[in-house]
Design a protein around this ligand. Sequence first.
Ligand code: HAX
Length: 437
Amino acid sequence: MDTLKQLFFERSQAHAKEVKELIKEHGNKKVDEVVIDQVYGGMRDIISMLWEPSLLDAEEGIRFRGFSIPELREKLPKAPNGNEPLPEGLFWLMLVGEIPTAEQVKWLSENWVRRSNVPEHVFKAIEALPVDSHPMTQFSIAIMAMQNTSVFAQRYNTGMNKSEYWDATYEDTMNLVARLPRIAAYIYRRVYYNGDHILPDISLDWSANYANMLGYKDNHGFYEYMRLFLTIHADHEGGNASAHTTHLVGSTLSDPYLAFSAAMNALAGPLHGLANQEVIRWIQKMVDTLGTTKPTREQIAEYVKSTLASGRVIPGYGHAVLRKPDPRFMAQRQFAEDNVQDSDLVKIVWKIFDVVPPILSSLGKVKNPWPNVDSHSGALLEHYGMKEHGYYTVLFGVSRSLGVLAALCWSRALGLPLERPKSVTTEWLKEYLKEQA
Ligand code: HAX
């Protein structure tokens, strides 16, 4: 058994015992109440699922196993000569609950290299799709195409004991995460570079190798941004649509390939991960409409108002849980301050940050007028030369695998059951209200 697997086994067994006792002693205690607003309002804030890798606070933002994003940037191991955390370290932290050493992270990078071979039929499945299929569609299908290699599915078919589910899920998770950069880069080069593919460089870490296969060889600025990007997009507790989808689909004992592919379909919606594509397209349209790459705050305000007047949302702003500027936005802003000079797009993003919150607040209905994670990434990607906006959500998806699959390992280790909340009809609610009256 490898070191990480052994550690995960020990931690999760001990934790499972603790959880069992907690349920036995406190299982019937209330943690929440549900009001009708929540039934109609997308189940906001209802405490109803378990997610061990991270926890979101509305005011403070995300913490991964107790560590905030600034803390992760300081404490997680970095590449030689790098300043940004390696996402391998975050995966380790989410899986076993402790910050790894540089050697442990190196081991993980190398282990993923060994697992990264993508079966040939997966590339054929991608090639069978029209080249103009959205990159997220190609990504989701490529993940599905790997399902025939699922260790979980194979072992389940031969009568795997429940007590081994965690083991097979761990194997699938590690293989899937290891292969994603190759698949994701293949889609990028297929769609935007006439299929001129770049082979992996196994001497590089997970993020730099991905960046290299995208076509950014030796671009150390981009390598660093990718390390930060792939770290901060990894997880955002369990209730967001891509995480919750993984949890829901996985709870049927669908294997990790099926569950993660489904998650990518959720991420591909414009209210979720596709927002990073929408943000940059919206800014591009603004620049074209105003005829300047250096719009004033007044011009931006007018443009924002015209977007709202046409019944559309301002992409990159608002959040279902957060009530402050997203620390993932702030981390990217700081990265831009430290690393990027003279980008008109970055300056526009910062001006939008000044202009949008008061306008959204003035509407009186928007609960969070502040920027979210997707508000900044496009300007930085453009700065490093990645102008293919339709691809941005795939980058998010590669990162998201780390959190949702670590969580899936935990769900299997704790033996969490099939998810099945209760729904009601409006008729039922009316009857209920009559009875209460
Ligand atoms: N622009 C305009 N109106 C907005 C808005 C925005 N950015 N954010 C919220 N609102 C509106 C809602 O559409 C809603 O209007 P109606 O009552 O007329 O339907 C009202 O304000 C109340 O919404 P809310 O309670 O504040 O927000 P929700 O929890 O319902 O929705 C969303 C959260 C993120 C979906 C929302 O803020 C939004 O649509 N934002 C723009 C899209 C976006 O950036 N999505 C990415 C979010 C982060 C993420 O998941 N990244 O992957």
